[in-house]
Design a protein around this ligand. Structure first.
Ligand code: 5CA
Length: 445
């Protein structure tokens, strides 16, 4: 993309109403624009990151054997009356009446709709196990939407639902999700710690939230500091292997880590004092096992091998896709702007032309641009007729992890400058070498 042709409405001033750094930078970098309280338009740069995050979520879900689909945002109230949640959900639910006076709602989650789909088609244990998921907009009429996309009213969620014959099978699905979530967040450059939590309106007493530690997080968390040494890395996991998934779950959940809802002071005090941590975190996902709560209420039964009818065991699993942009920025920024991890960056590399209009500099930039394109990478070329300072400030603000600076002085010696956004370190090298370096960096991402 050429910046001169892009739509990147960068703001110079810090927006007064944005209280946390991720919200400020998302507004300043022209990623989002508030449409009304807790509802945002995704401008091109924000949309690009959102899509990158979605892509990682899709890939990791499908690696775990989960099947993508798409359910609508608007749902009929009738299904929610069947489960009993129509009244329970309270004012967070946005209720809508259509022209025929039918009660509708904008889905805050999809347990009812998916259970209805399941009971319409699945009859036999032979069709199990089954896990379906989608990435779809949700609406929760939060009393206090704040912090930009972090606590929105309209927000994008990956929500998945498993259907299993027995509790043991459903717990394997739970473990499988925990494992796949660990890898999902790490690919986004995040450490998200699974913590024992509370089921809330979804239900079930077996649930973990995934929390990214950040001072601006809305949740108070209590944990054993040893847990932050764990990384999933690039280990291979066979998601059908029950023992393997169980072992990973135990490794990542055996140490004390809880949100304030489930915190137990006596248990916490059993951890050696120097390892006890009280901090704040951003909830970027949650997994639930709730057994037959919805299947019993809605008559979602399957026939067993013995010919009896039993309600199917279920769980659900959510990732806050739009919230993740905020969480990643909270975890990765400096006073100049965002620092995108390579896994989610909107553009792989920025090219800054220091002397726009100078034939040799323009040609060198064009050649770099073409080389990256040919490699299937996505460069952002700042080809505007602007001062170098302004170009650098924009690149730093929007946070591309790598920048190549091209100017007549360097080109005389046959070099350009490659700069890491994270460390600020620059190195001079021939343009072809810079292309090679960038290509190698993104090979494993
Ligand atoms: N049905 C279950 C799992 S699919 C469910 O709805 N779980 S949830 O309520 O925990 O939501 C899943 C994730 O969505 C949360 O972990 C959080 O990251 C994100 N989320 C929830 N509410 C909001 C909100 N108001 N704004 C942005 N993200 C949110």
């Amino acid at each position: 993309m050429r910046l001169s042709r892009y739509f990147l409405p960068v703001l110079k001033e810090t927006p007064a109403d944005a209280q946390i750094v991720s919200h400020r930078y998302m507004l300043r970098a022209g990623m989002i624009k508030q449409a009304s309280a807790g509802i945002y338009s995704w401008l091109p740069l924000g949309y690009k990151v959102l899509k990158r995050i979605e892509q990682i979520v899709h890939e990791e879900q499908q690696k775990a054997g989960h099947i993508p689909m798409l359910m609508p945002t608007l749902q009929s109230a009738d299904l929610w009356r069947e489960s009993g949640r129509y009244d329970d959900y309270g004012q967070e639910m946005l209720r809508i009446t259509d022209r025929h006076d039918r009660d509708m709602l904008y889905g805050p989650t999809n347990e009812e709709l998916i259970t209805d789909i399941f009971r319409s088609y699945v009859r036999s244990y032979k069709d199990l196990p089954l896990t379906l998921y989608h990435i779809q907009w949700k609406f929760r009429d939060e009393i206090r939407p704040r912090f930009g996309v972090m606590r929105g009213r309209e927000f994008l969620m990956k929500d998945g639902y498993n259907f299993d014959l027995t509790k043991e099978d459903a717990l394997h699905a739970y473990n499988r999700h925990l494992v796949s979530y660990l890898r999902t967040y790490e690919r986004m450059g995040l450490q998200a710690i699974p913590m024992r939590a509370d089921g809330g309106p979804i239900g079930g007493d077996y649930t973990h939230e995934f929390l990214v530690l950040a001072e601006t997080g809305e949740s108070e968390v209590f944990y054993d500091s040893e847990i932050t040494d764990l990384t999933f890395g690039d280990r291979e996991v066979d998601f059908d292997n029950v023992e393997q998934c169980q072992a990973v779950l135990e490794e990542f959940t055996s140490r004390y880590a809880r949100t304030d809802e489930t915190h137990d002071e006596a248990l916490f005090n059993e951890i050696p004092e120097d390892r006890r941590r009280v901090a704040r975190g951003i909830e970027v996902g949650q997994i639930f096992y709730f057994g037959t709560k919805y299947s019993e209420a809605m008559g979602a039964n399957v026939q067993t091998a013995e010919g009896t009818q039993v309600p199917v065991h279920m769980g659900s699993h959510g990732i806050g896709v739009s919230r993740l942009l905020g969480a990643i920025i909270e975890a990765s920024h400096d006073d100049k702007g965002i620092i995108w991890p390579e896994g989610v960056t909107p553009f792989h590399v920025g090219i800054v032309n220091l002397r726009q209009g100078d034939d040799e500099t323009d040609a060198a930039c064009e050649a770099l641009y073409a080389s990256f394109k040919a490699l299937g990478l996505d460069p952002l070329y700042d080809d505007r007729d602007e001062r170098a300072g302004g170009k650098f400030a924009t690149m730093d603000l929007i946070g591309l992890p790598w920048r190549i600076t091209v100017g007549p002085r360097g080109l005389k010696n046959g070099v350009v400058e490659l700069t890491s956004r994270r460390t600020g370190e620059s190195e001079e090298m021939p343009p072809e070498e810079a292309v090679k370096r960038i290509a190698a960096i993104y090979e494993g991402v």
